[in-house]
Design a binder for this molecule. Structure first.
Ligand SMILES: NC(=[NH2+])NCCC[C@H](N)C(=O)O
Length: 383
């Protein structure tokens, strides 16, 4: 195993982990899931909100079944993504697949059905030669990075540093609800339930929670999206952990949590951004970069889902979530022709990859992957 080395999203890619969609058969809808996906869930069908959905008060969870056809098509597309990357000469590693009969995971005072290690960008941050497992905000994802442990172990054996951010207890009281409250739709929505957190003997107050996917990596500069106090604490941990070598730039409420369907760096000096307003949220010295804004999403480019049976977890902007193989080559969803054309006009080579159900499973190509070796170093792109 060569050494771990990944400081950015755009220098030539040598090794990557591609997530696994095996047995993504359902969602465990509890307070942590509803809160995390509040923006999309409340904008979609507010009356699905927890706990009205919950048939019995006991347990305060609901298992949500995903149609087998969608799960199978997702699996097919993720395997296609892995094959495309391998075909481009990138070494591809894989997590352990979630077994079909996976037992629930449990914390102090809660239990949840585990999710496969699919959106692996979310729960790990690779900074140079260090693996940082970030603290999940969704109970069902609590042990997700364990499915990556064989790959992380191999990198550790090859010299990587391997750190775990403090793990939250994730009781109802752990969450800062302010973002969900401030951004609640006029229809109401999940905030209704979140207003009624239940006390637990394990309460520790508001905890640190930060996903790797809230961080945009630019060598020695990190742009971190912070939307509420859980994130503030996570960003503070990161800055203290990294010390003065890194500059941790906090951006306030660029997104509810993950940054990578809002903003990605395609190469030094060039961002791909959801809208023009992103520039104003950026640290001063990054405002002079070029911001490429894709055309508005074409609603006709998405499969048609059932309002009652299918849970849509991402916005229609999810196809912005591309993956760069180097500064010239970008993997783009084949359904997103507007973005592909624009990138080609900007001088990029576009590799089209199939990914049908990006709205059902929370992520695109950047979310589904974790680059472990790129040739770029610990650069100062701001100087
Ligand atoms: N790393 C990720 N899972 N990113 C996906 C973010 C999707 C974003 N919440 C949206 O709806 O567009």
């Amino acid at each position: 195993m060569p050494r771990l080395n990944s400081h950015d999203d755009f220098t030539p890619l040598r090794e990557i982990i591609v997530g696994s969609a095996a047995n993504y058969v359902g969602h465990d809808r509890d307070v942590s899931f509803e809160l995390f996906h509040h923006e999309n869930l409340s904008g979609f069908r507010s009356d699905w909100a927890y706990p009205r959905l919950t048939k019995a008060a006991a347990g305060r969870r609901e298992s949500w079944t995903i149609k087998a056809r969608y799960a199978e098509e997702l699996h097919e597309d993720v395997e296609g993504l892995a094959a495309t990357l391998a075909g481009l000469g990138v070494v591809v590693h894989r997590p352990l697949p979630l077994p079909a009969d996976a037992a629930p995971v449990a914390g102090l005072g809660w239990e949840a059905a585990p999710t496969p290690a699919l959106n692996i960008r979310d729960n790990t941050l690779i900074l140079g030669s260090e693996i940082i497992e970030t603290p999940p905000a969704i109970r069902s994802r609590y042990l997700e990075t364990r499915l990556l442990a064989p790959v992380f172990t191999a990198y550790w054996e090859a010299g990587a540093r391997w750190t775990t951010m403090p793990r939250p207890t994730l009781t109802d009281m752990s969450f800062d609800l302010s973002y969900a409250r401030d951004t609640a739709t006029t229809l109401g929505g999940p905030t209704e339930a979140i207003d009624d957190p239940q006390p637990s003997p394990y309460d520790v107050g508001v905890e640190m929670m930060l996903d790797g996917a809230q961080v945009l990596r630019l060598g020695r500069d990190l742009v971190v999206n912070v939307a509420q106090e859980n994130h503030t604490r996570g960003a503070e941990w990161l800055q203290r952990h990294l010390g003065h070598q890194y500059r941790v730039h906090r951006v306030w409420r660029m997104a509810d949590n993950h940054i990578d369907s809002m903003l990605l760096a395609l190469k030094p000096g060039v961002f791909l951004a959801r809208h023009d307003g992103i520039r104003d949220l950026m640290p001063e010295r990054l405002r002079s970069w070029r911001f490429i804004v894709p055309p508005e999403p074409d609603q006709g480019a998405f499969p048609v889902y059932d309002d009652y049976e299918d849970l849509v977890l991402t916005s229609p902007y999810i196809d912005l979530n591309v993956l760069s193989v180097d500064e010239h080559t970008v993997l783009v969803n084949e359904e997103c022709t507007g973005l592909a054309k624009l990138l080609e006009a900007e001088g990029f080579d576009v590799v089209s990859v199939r990914h049908r159900h990006r709205r059902l499973f929370g992520g695109g190509f950047h979310c589904f992957t974790l680059d472990t070796h790129r040739t770029g170093g610990f650069e100062d792109y701001l100087s």
